[in-house]
Design a protein around this ligand. Structure first.
Ligand SMILES: C[S@@+](CC[C@H](N)C(=O)[O-])C[C@H]1O[C@@H](n2cnc3c(N)ncnc32)[C@H](O)[C@@H]1O
Length: 241
């Protein structure tokens, strides 16, 4: 099996591990691919609905991986128990739902080697949850599928579970993925430009609303992404000298 686009990008971030827990597996493409590529020895494909799990079961059987991949009906992580040699992936859902899933099983999430998260919406909520719960974002990347850009976040419990440094995080840290700048992500420039346009549109919308009529609205989100873009470009220039 080959993966493309978003799922391929997520798979490329999964480190070698004992067991991969795919929460919200749907078709089980990710665990099938990771077993095939020997990234993990074993996988658990979880979903809250039995319909997707029936499809997952068929796909797993088609590849002959019945002995490698368990199928578990589970709301989030409620019916599974990862250990420190395991990796959790939660992908293809809204950021609020992902944050709720993490929040409901904080002790289990803490136990894993790392968690890999790909939220379709509300990435800000997700970063805020991670920083408020003693996690650090060890890596972040972007991928593009059908013109849409997706963020993929890799998070680990901060050393010593110390939330002190994370407490110093400000709103900008929740909006802008600093690792995208640090790693000079090739899609970061396009992504930041899109975010600037998105929040400028929000500001223009507010200006048109009756409440703010006639007043120029500046929302901090626009500034966050303008600063991020400037930092990215500065670093790219410095890096090329
Ligand atoms: C859009 S699919 C994403 C599938 C796959 N992870 C991907 O990224 O392509 C979302 C899946 O998450 C499942 N889901 C939603 N809420 C869930 C929860 N609380 N616990 C487990 N699975 C959930 C849905 O049933 C659905 O199969």
């Amino acid at each position: 099996m080959e993966l493309k686009g978003r799922l391929a990008a997520i798979a490329s971030k999964v480190p070698k591990c004992e067991t991969l827990f795919d929460i919200g597996t749907d078709h089980a493409y990710l665990p099938i691919f990771l077993i095939q590529e020997h990234i993990c020895n074993h996988a658990v494909a979880c979903d809250v609905r039995s319909g997707p799990l029936r499809i997952a079961k068929k796909n797993i059987a088609k590849h002959g991986f019945q002995n490698n991949i368990d199928i578990v009906l589970s709301d989030g992580l409620s019916s599974v128990a990862p250990t420190k040699r395991d990796v959790i992936v939660i992908a293809g859902m809204g950021g609020m739902l992902i944050a709720d899933i993490l929040d409901a099983s904080k002790d289990k999430v803490d136990s894993a080697a790392c968690i890999i998260l790909q939220a379709n919406t509300a990435i800000v909520t997700l970063r805020e949850w991670l920083y408020s719960n003693s996690f650090e974002i060890s890596d972040e990347t972007l991928c593009k599928e059908d013109r849409r850009i997706y963020n993929i976040i890799i998070a680990k419990l901060a050393p010593g579970n110390d939330a002190t440094s994370n407490n110093k995080k400000c709103s900008k840290d929740f909006f802008v993925g600093q690792k995208l700048i640090d790693n000079a992500n090739p899609l970061a420039e396009e992504y930041f430009e899109r975010m600037i346009r998105k929040y400028q549109k929000v500001a223009r919308g507010l200006e048109k609303s009756a409440k703010f009529s006639g007043t120029q609205i500046n929302i901090p989100e626009v500034e966050y992404f303008i600063e991020a873009l400037a930092e990215l470009r500065r670093r790219n220039i410095d890096g090329n000298i």
